[in-house]
Design a protein around this ligand. Structure first.
Ligand SMILES: [Fe+2]
Length: 266
């Protein structure tokens, strides 16, 4: 990937040994860095974060292990041909896991993102596919030109354990890194990459895309903050997962429990 931002996704298209080693390091740094940066500061929270960071750091795998199948699935979008366009940071008043859970379930879309819903050809076809280290939500797009497509294709929403998202629509990749800040706060870093960042239509597309994503993100932040408040209520109790819409949430929480359990057994 030709870009000025230190994102490890370049390795998807560039698998020589040097880049692989660098990518492996940057992947671990990217995932673990956010945890370690705040871990000593927040007592019990810091201890929890150390569990996860230690788990990943002790079992570094080649980056292909985590991204297996992604490059093939997102074709014809080619990560190596994309160029960096924009970075936007968001502060969210919710625990990082609340943010990830919200990202992973699809049933809030019609209620929280009515304009996003219009971009999908058939919401009944919206589905989740699960792999070892990630899940991906697949949204078939409308045939008419819109902010996501010049005509058809799919929106692919990857959540790669523990805190990386890749949002792919034809010719565009947007990454989100979720960084814990406190028990009830996180930072989310959006980075945008496109196959064209210089032509006039491309610049127009980027502005429209960033503005639309900003709206969707604010809707998600608001709902996450409400959930965070709800979790603090004495009335809150856990519930069952929706098989249809929460397969990704279940997968993420399973990996998380495994990570915590592995650390506790050391
Ligand atoms: Fe959402």
């Amino acid at each position: 990937m030709r870009c000025s931002e230190p994102l490890s996704l370049g390795s998807l298209d560039d698998m020589n040994s040097v880049s692989r080693r660098r990518s492996r390091i940057s992947l671990v740094v990217m995932i673990v860095g956010g945890f370690l940066a705040v871990a000593p500061v927040f007592g019990p929270l810091g201890k929890t974060l150390h569990y996860l960071a230690d788990f990943i750091a002790e079992r570094p795998q080649p980056i292909e292990h985590y991204f297996h199948g992604v490059r093939e699935r997102i074709a014809p979008t080619r990560p190596g041909a994309l160029q960096f366009a924009r970075r936007v940071d968001y502060d969210v008043q919710a625990n990082w896991k609340v943010y990830v859970d919200n990202y992973l379930e699809g049933y809030h879309i019609p209620y929280v993102h009515p304009e996003l819903l219009k971009l999908y050809a058939d919401y009944q076809s919206y589905r989740t596919e699960v792999s070892d280290w990630y899940s991906v939500q697949v949204g078939p797009l409308q045939q008419e030109r819109n902010v996501y497509t010049a005509g058809g294709g799919e929106a692919l929403y990857y959540q790669i354990f523990p805190n990386l998202m890749l949002n792919v629509v034809p010719g565009r990749l947007q990454s989100n890194v979720v960084i814990p800040v406190a028990a009830d706060r996180c930072k989310v870093i959006f980075r945008y990459y496109y196959d064209d960042v210089t032509s006039a239509p491309a610049r127009e597309r980027i502005e429209a895309d960033v503005a639309f994503s900003d709206k969707v993100q604010r809707e998600d932040a608001e709902i996450c903050e409400r959930v965070q408040q709800g979790l603090g209520s004495r009335a809150y109790d856990k519930g069952r997962f929706s098989v249809r819409f929460e397969e990704g949430v279940y997968h993420f929480q399973k990996l998380l429990k495994h990570a915590y359990r592995a650390w506790l057994k050391r």
